[in-house]
Design a protein around this ligand. Structure first.
Ligand code: ADP
Length: 256
């Protein structure tokens, strides 16, 4: 068993190249249970690749990722085979990903979308999955939409269903990849408000976002990335309010 006082997420020495493009150059950070971490930085700095590595949608070239008591050392992970598949599947199951756009199944109702993972992937009893899903839909303010189809919902409502769907898998950590960047400006607030509620309910979240003011409101920890390295890491008051590095200051000047 892992030490209960240890961080929930521990990332060490993460490296990833796409061909000649060395995107992650030794990423280290930890995330404590029940906290919110934001990943900030210019486009192309590797933020999404970090999230996708945690969920093993990308396979890092080396480094270790531990979530809870599941750890994978990518340097020693075989390229293929049953053992590799089992290890990556166990790590992937520790986190739930919310994408820029929701990827809901268009022909299924909202409720069916939310129970799909628990029933099909986790083989949980359908009745139990439905009861949980209704509770989650209530939490994201969409209980009355349970029987509707995605096309009947606004973009913000669809994204909130996407959040309920990620939570339905009961992940240890929820990963948000620019969850509001595909939305019309007037729909951003409702999605950020749901994410804020999750943070106050004790979910552990890691969020890639350009919404700096939102980050300041919700995040316990901020990482500023540039060129595939963590340039600064600390509280928002430190990283956003009092950045120590010129690269961080330049970035903040551009977007604030
Ligand atoms: P950010 O989220 O900070 O904008 P990304 O992690 O999306 O950065 O991308 C970092 C770099 O990796 C970019 O140069 C991007 O073009 C490249 N990249 C990301 N995913 C892939 C991929 N699947 N294949 C090739 N290059 C990729």
């Amino acid at each position: 068993m892992t030490d209960p006082t240890a961080p929930l997420v521990d990332v060490r020495g993460l490296e990833k190249a796409f061909g000649d493009n060395h995107v992650l150059r030794g990423i280290d950070f930890t995330v404590d249970a029940g906290t919110t971490t934001v990943l900030l930085g210019p486009s192309g700095s590797g933020k999404t690749t970090i999230l996708r590595s945690l969920n093993v949608l990308e396979t890092p070239d080396s480094g270790t990722v531990r979530i809870g008591d599941v750890e994978v050392d990518f340097a020693t992970l075989p390229a293929r085979g049953k053992a590799a598949r089992e290890q990556t599947a166990r790590l992937r199951a520790q986190s739930g990903m919310v994408f820029q756009s929701h990827n809901l199944f268009p022909h299924k109702t909202v409720l069916e979308n939310v129970i799909e993972g628990p029933v099909q992937v986790q083989k949980r009893p359908r009745e139990e999955a439905i009861a949980d899903a209704l509770e989650l839909l209530d939490q994201v303010g969409l209980i009355e939409k349970a029987g509707q189809h995605p096309f009947q919902l606004s973009g913000g409502q669809q994204q909130r269903v996407g959040i309920a769907r990620a939570l339905a898998l009961k992940p240890k950590v929820v990963l948000f990849d620019e969850p509001t960047s595909a939305l019309d400006p007037e729909l951003v607030g409702e999605v950020l408000s749901v994410i804020k509620d999750l943070a106050s309910e004790g979910w552990t979240t890691i969020i890639v976002t350009h919404e700096i003011r939102f980050a300041e409101q919700v995040a316990d920890q901020a990482l500023f990335l540039d060129g595939g390295v963590v340039v600064e890491r600390g509280t928002c008051a430190q990283v956003i309010g009092d950045p120590q590095e010129e690269r961080t200051r330049q970035f903040l000047r551009r977007i604030l």
